[in-house]
Design a protein around this ligand. Sequence first.
Ligand code: 5AD
Length: 428
Amino acid sequence: MEEKAYLIVAHNSAQMLLVNKTLKDNGIETDLVPAPPESGTVCAVAVKVVERDLEKAKSMIHDSKINITGIFEDKKMRLQGLIDEKIGLSVTSEFLNILKKIEEGENLLEKEIIYILSTNREKEIETIYATADRIRRETVGDVLEIRGAIEFSNYCAKKCKYCGINSLNNGVQRYRMDENEIMEVIKDIHDIGIRTVILQSGEDQSWSTERLAKLIKRIKDKTGMRITLSVGEKSFNDYEILKKSGANNFLLKIETTNKKLFDFIHPDGDYHLRLKCSKWLKELGYINGSGNIIGIPGQTIRDIAKDIMYFKDMGINMIGIGPFIPAEGTPFEILPHGDIDLTLRTMAVTRIVCKKVYIPSTTALASLDRDAQVWALKAGANTIMLINTPLKYRSNYRIYDDKNMVDLDAAIYAANKAGLKLPSYLRN
Ligand code: 5AD
């Protein structure tokens, strides 16, 4: 049996890192995991220690005078009432066993995850979505989190076969926003009350770490907004500079945990480096984002199950799951898009397995069907990212074709239809 564990929650990421470092330097084994729901903070990172180290850890924290928010038992999340008398008639005994494990907060095995990702029984599918919806409500609540994204450069050094802005695609008009242009958009996003901005770009050498750091400081000084970066692979040192200059969150998707598949779709990629980057981000105290693409050629349900287990094991905080959509001018341009239902199912199972995480209702889903973002919000998702890239550039940030330009109206529509509340920070 796994040893009982405790989660130490600090006031902010710097304090959390200090706790982690202090314990580690004194020989205590730690892990960084999403903070427990009862700690109040949504999606912050906690330091996990096993029971036998708890007293030692407490006295060390006390001696080094670090202020912490609290220590919480690493409890299993129990869910009563998933199984009622009627359900037994329309589901298999295998499914009932899985539900029982979910009720008791037990970890699911790979084959059980595969089962709930692939069942065709209507009652089972309905139960999976309802369970994900309930876990979403009980972990991150009923408020839709809204973020604003600026896609500030579509220059990219990489050759990812699925991506429309890969460096080999000559059919894209390249653009690069400068700091002042970005600040104008930041002002708009800030004015409507949004508190987190996502800065996304291709891997653009011209937007060096120094330039990015300067931009981040300026955004922080002007607005105090939280900053999410989505700018690809960098060195530990670069990630550290960006963190110190004020970045809070980082999105770097693994895309697939199947190494063979990863190598196939990323001809100039390095699977181990991608994993390493993700670990560095976590060590540096970023709220850590990952995710995958559903429907890349050759991907199996087992691959998707392994992706979900990876998100859980890595303690990933934000998990972006989107269907593959072919992009003109790429080696994958004539392939069919990924399945909407499988994407929704993956989101639901990810919510069931990973519990207290951010799951965006992705732009890629919105691009396939206007209502797909609503379905995702009913299947475990809890955030929406608005595209705030200036009009004149938007159509050139074509990572896939017919990309939807999700705006505030679309987010409000989706929240209303899915029965989620709008955040109080929005100014109408
Ligand atoms: N289809 C779906 N998602 C894509 N992305 C890039 N290209 C595509 C595509 N053709 C996703 C990747 C990346 C994110 C920014 O966009 O998952 O991490």
